[in-house]
Ligand binder design. Structure first.
Ligand code: NAD
Length: 461
C-alpha cells in the first residue's frame, strides 16, 4: 500500500497540472495515467499533434498557392507526408517527455496503469494484470473524454476512424468524409484538404460550429467552402460500412456516399466508466458526466473531479484552470475559475476565436447590447501579410458598456482573443479598450477599431 496525500487519476492537462500545483503546495502527490506518454488526449492525440499537422499542411498549401503572390517562385513543391508525420510525432514526444520531467522535478509520483477507486481513500492501479494499491484522503478524477460513437457506425481504426487515427493517415485520403462540422471536423478536414484530399463534411444541424456566434460561423462556412471543403448541412447519416478500401455511407433521405476514409467527429463523452465510482457513491448524470459543486467536490467525501469529465466546455485550458483551482481549495486557499472569460479557438485558417457570449445568447437572455465590428480588409497589417479575410466583433452592454463577448475570425485570432479575455476578466468596457494604445501596424488594431465601432467612432472604414 502506497500512501499519499492526494491521488490524481489522469495525466492530461487537467490532471498533471493539478498534480504539479498540489506538489508545489507541499502535498505528497500521486498521478496515475495508463499511457506511458503523459499529457493526455491533448498532448498525445489532440491539440498538439493536430496543431503540428495544421501548421505543416498550411505551409504546404502556402508554398503551392500564395508564395508566388509574394514574388517567391518555387519550381517544384513536393509533399513528404512521412516526414510531416515524423515531425508531428517528435513534437509530441518532446512535450510528453517534458511533462514527465515536470512531474519528476516536482516530486510527483507517476504510476503507469489504469486507476480505479476502491472504496473511500483507496485507488487501485492495474497494469498488465498486476495491481498496486494506493491510499490518500483525497482523490481528483481527471480522466477526460473520448470520441463519441454513432449508432450504425463501427470505428475500425483503418477506414472508419476517430481523430486519433486521422492524425496519422500514412497516405493522403482521396476522399475524406467527416461526420460533424465542429472543432475536430473543421480542423482535420482542413489538414487533409490542404494536403490534397477531397473533403466532405456532413453536419446534422443547419449550420457548422454550433456554439460559435452565428454571424462568424456563417463567414467561416463561406471561407472554408472557398477553400474547397464541401458541406452538407441538415444531413443525417443512418449507417456506414467499410468494405475493402472503401466506405459506403447511407444517408437519411439522400443518395449514399462512397469515400476511402470516414472520420467520426460528433463530439466527445466523459471517461467515467470502470472507474469504481459506485464504490464511493460518486454521482453522474445519464451521460456519465460527474456532478460537482463549486469546489469541484463530488457527492463522495474526499473525491473531486475536474476537466472534460465534469460539465462545461471540453477544453484543455479549462481543465488546467480547474485543476489548479481544485487543489488550491483543497489546500484551504482562495481560488476561482472565471468561466465567463474562457477563450475558445478553432485552429483552421484563418483562426476563429471567441470569449464570452454570442449575439444569439444575448438575444435569448433578452440583454440589451451594442455591437462594434471591424473587418481585417481595412487593417493595414492584414494587407501586408495578405490575410484580409474575417473580422472582429465586440458585444457590449447597452447601458454599462461592459464587454459581454468578443468574436474574432481572422489571422492570429487565437492570440488576439487574449486581449479581449484579459479585458473581460478585469470587467472592462469597450471604452477601456479604446483607451489602450495599440501598436501600428498590427492585427490587434482591428480589436481597437472594433472597440471604437461600438460607440460609432471607427476611424478606418
Ligand atoms: P463538436 O461538439 O465541436 O462538434 C460535433 C458536431 O457534430 C456538431 O456540430 C454536431 O451538430 C455534429 N453532429 C452530432 N451528431 C451528428 C450526426 N449524427 N451527424 C452529423 N453531425 C452530427 O465536437 P468535436 O468536433 O467532435 O470535438 C469534440 C470536443 O473536443 C469539443 O467539445 C471541443 O471542445 C474539443 N476540441 C477542441 C478543439 C480546440 O479547442 N481547438 C479542437 C478539437 C476538439
Amino acid at each position: 500500500m502506497h500512501e499519499h496525500e492526494l491521488i490524481v487519476i489522469g495525466g492530461g492537462p487537467g490532471g498533471y497540472v493539478a498534480a504539479i500545483r498540489a506538489a508545489q503546495l507541499g502535498m505528497n502527490v500521486a498521478c496515475i495515467d495508463e499511457n506511458e506518454q503523459l499529457g493526455g488526449t491533448c498532448l498525445r492525440v489532440g491539440c498538439i499533434p493536430s496543431k503540428a499537422m495544421l501548421e505543416s499542411s498550411e505551409l504546404f498549401h502556402q508554398a503551392n498557392e500564395t508564395f508566388a503572390e509574394h514574388g517567391v517562385k518555387l519550381k517544384h513543391v513536393e509533399l513528404d507526408l512521412a516526414a510531416m508525420l515524423r515531425r508531428k510525432d517528435k513534437v509530441v514526444d518532446t512535450l510528453t517527455r517534458g511533462v514527465k520531467g515536470l512531474l519528476k522535478k516536482n516530486r510527483v509520483t507517476h504510476y503507469q496503469g489504469r486507476g480505479r477507486l476502491d472504496g473511500a481513500t483507496r485507488v487501485i492501479v492495474e497494469k498488465d494484470g498486476k495491481t498496486t494499491q494506493l491510499t490518500a484522503p483525497r482523490v481528483i478524477i481527471a480522466t477526460g473524454s473520448r470520441s463519441a460513437s454513432l449508432r450504425g457506425i463501427e470505428v475500425d481504426g483503418e477506414r472508419i476512424v476517430t481523430s486519433t487515427e486521422a492524425l496519422a493517415f500514412a497516405e493522403v485520403p482521396k476522399h475524406l468524409v467527416v461526420i460533424g462540422g465542429g472543432y475536430i471536423g473543421l480542423e482535420l478536414g482542413s489538414v487533409w484538404k490542404r494536403l490534397g484530399s477531397k473533403v466532405t463534411v456532413l453536419e446534422a444541424l443547419d449550420r457548422i460550429l454550433a456554439l460559435t456566434d452565428q454571424e462568424i460561423a456563417g463567414k467561416v462556412h463561406k471561407v472554408l467552402e472557398k477553400q474547397g471543403i464541401e458541406f452538407r448541412l441538415n444531413c443525417r447519416v443512418s449507417s456506414a460500412k467499410a468494405k475493402g478500401k472503401s466506405v459506403r455511407i447511407e444517408l437519411e433521405g439522400g443518395d449514399p456516399i462512397e469515400c476511402d476514409r470516414l472520420l467520426l467527429a460528433v463530439g466527445r463523452v466523459a471517461n467515467t466508466d470502470n472507474l469504481g465510482l459506485e464504490t464511493v457513491g460518486v454521482k453522474t448524470d445519464k451521460r456519465g458526466v460527474i456532478e460537482v459543486d463549486a469546489d469541484f467536490a463530488t457527492s463522495a467525501q474526499g473525491v473531486y473531479a475536474i476537466g472534460d469529465c465534469i460539465p462545461g466546455p471540453m477544453l484543455a485550458h479549462k481543465a488546467s484552470e480547474e485543476g489548479v483551482a481544485c487543489v488550491e481549495k483543497i489546500a484551504g486557499r482562495w481560488a476561482e475559475v472565471n468561466y465567463d472569460s474562457i477563450p475558445a479557438v478553432v485552429y483552421i485558417h484563418p483562426e476563429v476565436a471567441a470569449v464570452g457570449k454570442t449575439e444569439e445568447q444575448l438575444k435569448a437572455d433578452g440583454a440589451e447590447y451594442k455591437k462594434g465590428v471591424f473587418p481585417f480588409l481595412a487593417n493595414a497589417r492584414a494587407k501586408t501579410v495578405g490575410e484580409t479575410e474575417g473580422m472582429v466583433k465586440i458585444l457590449a452592454d447597452a447601458k454599462t458598456d461592459r464587454i459581454l463577448g468578443v468574436h474574432i475570425f481572422g489571422a492570429g485570432a487565437g492570440d488576439l482573443i487574449h486581449e479581449a479575455a484579459a479585458a473581460m476578466a478585469f470587467g472592462a468596457t469597450s471604452e477601456d479598450l479604446v483607451h489602450v494604445c495599440h501598436a501600428h501596424p498590427t492585427l490587434a488594431e482591428a480589436v481597437h477599431e472594433a472597440a471604437l465601432a461600438v460607440s460609432g467612432r471607427v476611424l478606418h472604414i
